[in-house]
Structure formats: structure tokens, C-alpha cells
Design a protein around this ligand. Structure first.
Ligand code: FES
Ligand code: FES
Length: 162
């Protein structure tokens, strides 16, 4: 067992966990933050994506003990009172059906927009499709997801990138 300390969604957390505990397990089973989904456990589907220091990470292939002291944000911590622009855009553009892939899609997309805005690069629909290569949706199809990301990107840019 190893004692792991992290900040998760702005709150300090501390748990003793077996060394092999994955970040996805730590979040779902130790902290009961079940918005982070596990679809494959083999780093293929992207349902488990969270942010570590603002960067998208597949939590099913990251050991919790490797993140002692880290700053982690899950889908539960993305909204700031009101829904995040990316969450609103997925709703408005029907970017989900069953919702299983949606937390990972949203966390990946927020990181994507931040990176493109920081680099002053235009986020085209082709770029969005390439960036979502590691996120699989089995039911919505990708057109509405891409539209949602484009819409949220314009709104996040207008708000100064957040
Ligand atoms: S559960 Fe992590 S990539 Fe599928
Ligand atoms: S909304 Fe069902 S898998 Fe994407």
C-alpha cells in the first residue's frame, strides 16, 4: 500500500491504495467519482480521460501512485457553477446519445481547445477529427461531436480560452 495525496476537483484527497491501483480505479472506487468511465482498460476508447495539470490523460493507463501531489480534474469538476461551454455545446448540438463516451470526449476536447488557443492555431474540423482519434463513440457518430467542439472552441476563445 502507498499513501497517495492529490488535489481532485480543487479538493485535497488522501488515500492508502495498492501500488497497482489505476487512476481510473482511484477516482471511481476510492473517491466515488464515477463520471470517469472505463470502456476498454487498454488505452483505446478514451472514455476515461481526465486532466492532470490541465492536460488530457487516459486514467486507465496511469498509476495513481505516480501522481502523488498532482492536480486532477474530472468531468465532475469541469463546471464552474454553470456548465462549461464544452458541456453546453455537446448538449446543444446533440453530441451524445447514451453518454458513455461523453466525459472523455469533453475532457479531451477542452484540452484540445486550450492547446490550440495557446499556440494561436486554428482548430479546423479536420484537426478536431484527428485530435479525437483516441476517443471512440459507438452510438452518436462524430458529426455532431465535431460541431459541438467547433462551437465550444469559438465560445472559449471569446471568453479568453477557459
Ligand atoms: S478505458 Fe481508458 S482508454 Fe478506454
Ligand atoms: S454517446 Fe454513446 S458511445 Fe458515445
Amino acid at each position: 500500500m502507498t499513501n497517495v495525496n492529490m488535489t481532485v476537483n480543487g479538493k485535497a484527497v488522501s488515500r492508502d491504495v495498492p501500488d497497482e491501483t489505476l487512476l481510473s480505479e482511484f477516482l471511481r472506487e476510492n473517491l466515488r467519482l464515477t463520471g470517469t468511465h472505463v470502456g476498454c482498460d487498454t488505452s483505446q476508447c478514451g472514455a476515461c480521460v481526465v486532466h492532470v495539470s490541465g492536460k488530457a490523460v487516459k486514467s486507465c493507463s496511469t498509476l495513481a501512485v505516480s501522481l502523488d501531489g498532482a492536480d486532477v480534474t474530472t468531468i465532475e469538476g469541469l463546471a464552474d457553477g454553470d456548465l462549461h461551454p464544452m458541456q453546453k455545446a455537446f448538449t446543444e448540438h446533440h453530441g451524445l446519445q447514451c453518454g458513455f463516451c461523453t466525459p472523455g470526449m469533453i475532457m479531451t476536447s477542452v484540452d484540445m481547445v486550450h492547446r490550440y488557443n495557446a499556440a494561436g492555431k486554428v482548430l479546423t474540423s479536420d484537426a478536431i477529427r484527428n485530435e479525437l482519434d483516441g476517443n471512440i463513440c459507438r452510438c452518436t457518430g462524430y458529426h455532431n461531436i465535431v460541431r459541438a467542439v467547433e462551437d465550444a472552441a469559438s465560445k472559449m476563445e471569446a471568453k479568453g480560452g477557459s
